[in-house]
Design a protein around this ligand. Structure first.
Ligand code: BES
Ligand code: ZN
Ligand code: ZN
Length: 530
């Protein structure tokens, strides 16, 4: 039979009989697609708008057109002023007005900026550019983004933030469509007198935009393609040739011999083996900052299986791990002056014949035991071992978890904020500040001492869920804190509500936000010695 098969396999046209499923194969073996997403618009910088381009004009006040259009021919500037007045356009944050028939430009798009303070923040500028690129998605013309009218104080970051917002706003995931009508790719020109902007963007924010797109791709990629081993391969590919990076991957046998029963237990019902991935980037001095993300490549709930409605979104239950990897990839590529270790705790939570059962007791690496009341509370289980290993291995100066951890945080905060839990004030403050600066806002949540009683187990050191689910996000945070050795400063971001944008945000088309990449990147910048 074996010889017969070998003969058949050597012919080109395979009869159905020969396409037997190799024993080792997981999944159908038929890839949906191997194509890349369609190309986006290249982004350039120049001192003047290209002729015939669609002009994007940021506007802080209705009477600010003259300042915003400084440098344009007077007939063009006057036509824009007249159009804004006739439309009675009152610029608010990210409101838009299109004008047609302006001399020299077939279309002019005015975009409002309403800064909280007099000078727009970096995020305000990224936002107007992101809004423009989304609005102009189908526009075949070149796009020119003016920055002259932005206050002089913002000059240092106006051009690069406009480019950053434009790049984030034109993100798309279309590689699984067999017939895709790709949007136009005529270039974007950021119009600026700042001759150094192009080089600064290429060396810095461009890497953050690319890493955010990478995180978004991972969240959207179906679990047929994205599982612990392929997650590791994707991250490796991003870091090939990047200096000062060391990658460590633990397989299940290694984790088992280290006693990581809590992490390995989550993946034991899946044909896809778990992995622990650590990416160390050393660009500074001293103990590293550790970023440890939940990387459940699919969360069915396991034996405590989830209802069907919305379960598909659980292909994105690795968004926290995507954020930690995005942040370290950006840091390494921009050569940040900081030491960081990003860790992804990777498992697939499936209800297989060998899956763990409610009532099982598992043991973590440092010997603490956990009664698994609910197999759907799996994120905290993988993070417990990942945190213990990270602290033992790297002695970090602080550890930040980020995870799509609980439904409770969705109920509490909607999609305006991610929840922040912390047992150390300096770290919490740094995270709040970083989030506010980049427009990924955090809201501080409590870890009340009574949560310890809610999570007490009768037969183990702690249980992984409290029946009834009171304070579901806080008790989850307590669980992780309890299993994360002191005195390491520790904070945890529950991003369950903000992993996807249900409707478009200025720099996020509807879909995965890549939440956390910009936030953690900003956090790292705060530790950089300049
Ligand atoms: N991955 C989910 C949390 C989640 C919910 C993420 C909605 C994104 C959107 C997590 O593993 C989970 O199932 N949590 C449970 C825990 C409960 C069983 C104790 C929850 O929060 O309901
Ligand atoms: Zn779950
Ligand atoms: Zn989960």
């Amino acid at each position: 039979m074996r010889i017969f098969l070998a003969l058949l396999l050597s012919t080109t046209a395979l009869p159905a009989l020969a396409q037997e499923r190799p024993v080792s194969l997981v999944g159908s073996g038929v890839a949906a697609s191997s194509a890349q997403n369609s190309a986006t618009r290249p982004i350039r910088f120049a001192a003047a708008a290209p002729a015939g381009s669609t002009l994007v004009v940021p506007l802080l006040r209705a009477d600010g057109v003259a300042a915003a259009t400084a440098g344009l021919p007077s007939a063009t500037a006057e036509a824009i002023r007249a159009g804004v007045a006739a439309a009675r356009f009152e610029p608010k944050a990210n409101t838009t007005l299109s004008l047609y028939g302006v001399p020299g430009h077939a279309r002019v798009l005015l975009v409002g900026i309403k800064p909280v303070r007099e000078v727009p923040l970096e995020a305000d500028i990224a936002n107007f550019a992101g809004t423009a690129l989304q609005e102009l998605r189908g526009d075949p013309a070149e796009i020119a983004i003016l920055t002259a009218g932005l206050p002089a104080d913002a000059a240092g970051y106006a051009a690069t933030q406009a480019a950053f917002g434009a790049q984030l706003g034109q993100y798309r995931f279309d590689r699984l469509k067999s017939t895709s009508k790709a949007p136009p790719v005529a270039p974007v020109t950021v119009v600026t007198a700042d001759a150094g902007a192009a080089a600064r963007y290429a060396a810095d924010l461009q890497h953050v935009a690319d890493a955010t797109a990478f995180a978004r791709d991972l969240v959207t990629t179906p679990a047929t393609e994205l599982y612990p081993e392929s997650f590791v391969a994707e991250v490796r590919a991003q870091l090939r040739g990047v200096p000062n990076v060391r990658i460590t991957v633990l397989d299940e046998a290694q984790m088992r011999s280290l006693g990581m029963g809590s992490l390995v237990g989550v993946g034991q019902g899946s044909r896809r083996p778990s992995r622990l991935l650590a990416v160390e980037y050393r660009g500074g001095s001293g103990a590293p900052l550790a970023l440890v993300g939940k990387g459940i490549t699919f969360d069915s709930g396991g034996i405590s299986i989830k209802p069907a409605l919305g379960m598909w979104e659980m292909k994105g239950d690795m968004a926290g791990a995507a954020a930690t990897m995005g942040a370290v990839i950006a840091a390494a590529r921009r050569g940040a002056n900081v030491n960081v270790v990003a860790v992804a705790a990777l498992s697939e939570n499936m209800p297989g014949g060998n899956a763990q059962r409610p009532g099982d007791v598992v043991r973590t690496m440092n010997g603490k035991t956990i009664e698994v009341i609910n197999t759907d509370a799996e994120g905290r289980l993988v993070l417990a071992d990942a945190n213990q290993w990270t602290i033992r291995q790297f002695q970090p100066m602080a550890l930040v978890n980020i995870a799509t951890l609980t439904g409770g945080i969705v109920a509490a905060l909607g999609d305006e904020y991610a929840g922040l839990f912390a047992r150390e004030e300096t770290l919490a403050g740094r995270l709040m500040t970083a989030g506010g600066k980049v427009g990924e806002d955090l809201w501080r949540m409590p870890i009340h001492p009574s949560y310890a009683e809610d999570m007490a187990s009768e037969i183990a050191d702690i249980k992984n869920a409290n029946e009834g689910g009171r304070a579901g996000s806080g008790t989850a945070a307590h669980f992780i804190s309890y299993l994360t050795p002191e005195p390491t400063p520790w904070a945890h971001i529950d991003m369950a509500a903000v992993d996807r944008a249900e409707k478009a945000l200025p720099t996020v088309p509807k879909g995965p936000r890549g939440f956390g990449v910009r936030l953690l990147d900003q956090l790292l910048r705060g530790y950089e010695s300049r």
